[in-house]
Write a protein that binds this ligand. Structure first.
Ligand SMILES: [Zn+2]
Length: 398
């Protein structure tokens, strides 16, 4: 990504960084907090190259020609380090962090300082995070750390409090569309679908473009259940059970892989003192659990996202009677039928109901199948009473 592109993608973050550089107020430790791959890595690289450049063009713009820039662009700058998550767990390895921390003890080769970028800093484990904290507490002059993260809330508070935080925003609609068209090679209805649902979050756009068939299939199933209002209960139960079964199988797969990873780690650590080994394994187990939790949350959130988008389409058609404005154009006639079967008030009620259960189901781990059954049965119900949904909420203890 060029500087010009960065200014287009992240105008506010670029401006704030520039101001900090010009006022000489750039902290030695920075966090680029992003909603998920919206140019934060490119901006980190840009800043790193600038900090090491011998004759920058302007604040934040390296010359691109000096010895330092040439080394940087050839990925061989001795004063620049990158740490990235590795392995099945996609976590930062303690060894990699230690190598980076150690390298800071050497003097700068070029005399222009040192820069380290830590990718997905939220995957730093406790042990290396604490070592890193010590480095932050005793900074060497002209040493810069750039921590990239899409889950800033998961960084240790003690690390966060020592860093200057720059928040990246989601892409504008126009930027996301152009980028998705070019890089994800999608167009027409799929492009519109992916960009609208992702609402500026690049990572979500990438995920959706990969799973577009799965997404469409999901919306199609929901539409089919909701179309036959009088007989929705049984299909709703079957649908929810099928989702739960798939989720169970995916969890089993993840747990099997985790077991393998843990037993491999045990072997590697067999020479260590048992107490230390136990601690490391416990830490690894915790990391795995949180990784699994994050995956499941994404999946669950995706189902509610699809339901929400479907009802919004129905509402759009009810208020405009224009098929061309629908998001799910592949389901045009089915959505027109839904619009005929549900009143505006009912659609709004259904949207509200999704909102009531979405957060708690995704984040508090309520039984997804029971909530889905309740939500679908409630949507199809012609009574004003919220009996099916209330029953589901009571059953799951939400
Ligand atoms: Zn340069």
């Amino acid at each position: 990504m060029t500087y010009a592109e960065l200014k287009k993608y992240q105008p506010e973050a670029v401006e704030l960084l520039k101001k900090a550089v010009e006022a000489n107020r750039l902290s030695h430790a920075l966090i680029f907090a992003s909603p998920g791959e919206v140019g934060e890595a490119a901006l980190g690289m840009q800043l790193a190259q600038f900090l090491l450049c011998e004759s920058p063009k302007s604040s934040l713009e390296p010359c691109g020609e000096c010895k330092s820039c040439r080394l940087f662009l050839q990925s061989g700058h001795p004063d620049f380090h990158e740490v990235k998550p590795k392995g099945l767990l996609r976590a930062i390895k303690t060894d990699d962090m230690l190598t980076m921390i150690k390298s800071l003890q050497n003097t700068s080769h070029s005399g222009y300082g040192k820069v380290s970028i830590i990718h997905q800093a939220e995957t730093l484990r406790k042990e290396s995070a604490n070592r890193f904290l010590k480095t932050l507490e005793e900074p060497t002059s002209n040493t810069f750390f750039i921590l990239l993260t899409s889950r800033v809330e998961r960084l240790l508070p003690t690390i966060k409090s020592r860093c200057q935080i720059f928040r990246m925003k989601p892409f504008s609609d126009d930027v996301l569309r152009k980028k998705a068209e070019k890089e994800l090679k999608i167009k027409g209805e799929d492009l519109n679908l992916v960009c609208t649902l992702a609402s500026g979050r690049w990572r979500r756009a990438v995920q959706l473009s990969k799973d577009i068939k799965k997404y469409k299939n999901l919306v199609q199933q929901l539409t089919a259940i909701l179309s036959d209002r009088d007989n929705a209960t049984t299909p709703a139960v079957e649908f929810a059970q099928k989702i739960a079964k798939t989720k169970k199988a995916e969890r089993k797969k993840f747990e099997d892989e985790s077991k393998k990873e843990i037993s491999a780690k045990r072997k590697v650590l067999s020479d260590l003192d048992p107490t230390v080994r136990k601690e490391i394994i416990a830490e690894l187990e915790m990391q795995l659990k949180s990784e699994q939790g994050a995956l499941e949350r994404d999946e669950k959130a995706g189902i509610f996202e699809a339901m929400d988008a479907l009802w919004r389409d129905v509402l759009t058609y009810k208020s405009t009677a224009d098929e061309n404005l629908l998001l799910h154009k592949f389901l045009k006639s089915a959505i027109v039928r839904l619009a005929d079967k549900y009143s505006e008030n009912e659609v709004i009620r259904n949207l509200n109901n999704i909102n009531i259960v979405r957060g708690p189901t995704v984040y508090l781990n309520a039984r997804l199948d029971i909530i889905l059954q309740g939500l679908l049965a409630q949507a199809a119900s012609k009574s004003d009473e919220l009996a099916p949904l209330k029953a589901a909420i009571t059953a799951t203890g939400l």
